[in-house]
Write a protein that binds this ligand. Sequence first.
Ligand code: SF4
Length: 277
Amino acid sequence: MKVIVAEGAGFCFGVKRALKMAFEAARKGDGTVVTLGAIIHNPQVVARLEREGLRVVKNLDEVEGGTLVVRSHGLPRGVLAEAEAKGMEIVDATCPFVKQAQERAAQLEREGHAVVVVGEKDHPEVLSITGSLEGIATVVDGTAKLPELPEAKRYGVVCQTTQPQEHLSAVVLDLLSKSREIKVFNTICEATFERQESALQTAREVDLMLVVGGRNSANTRRLWELCRDAGCDAYHIETADELEPEWFEKKHQVGITGGASTPQWIVDDVVAAVERI
Ligand code: SF4
């Protein structure tokens, strides 16, 4: 059985940067360093960080002062203001690509466009983008019909950085029938685009695809959906412990990829376990 690891599997630039900042803050801190929600959608990495002294909290009511590490997904402006009002030190590890999506959305709003964000309504990154606006944006996921949209002569569109290109295209196409003026910023990040392309290419070459990453990781789930929709048998796993030997019966080529928040050591573990099987 041949094992192929897709190019670009594992941590992206934004996640590496956020983790470096989080580990540094945790080591310097005195137990008062927190993130709002997990720093990345990978339970194994979050557990390591907790051992270093970084605590995950659900909301700022749970803390008084200390340091807030803003995760790569960013935070709405209101939450940052709340942390500042509590006198917290802020270590901003928002990925520069997410920051750019926030700034583009704010620019569209200033220019008088009704802002549409293509993405998952409750995803923290989308909340950070909509939370960077004065008003309200419409969030659409690109797979369903557009919801009832506000009256607007001009629409402005940005996209969650980890969405597939087709979702953005579908929304823009739909909007074309509703407005004569649409301004689009394609804010899908290159790392996501390249990872999805290489996962798809690998899925087309193999009989079985293993997509490694946190179950709560939207970009890992998206990779799994892409592989599955390409007609390949595909499983989304978090660690090598979940592998079932029967998945590999009569399979000759196995592809492996990992989400942006999947550490290399977990991908390596899966490769080693598959080779043993
Ligand atoms: S996937 Fe892209 S936007 Fe998201 S953290 Fe990584 S580099 Fe940044």
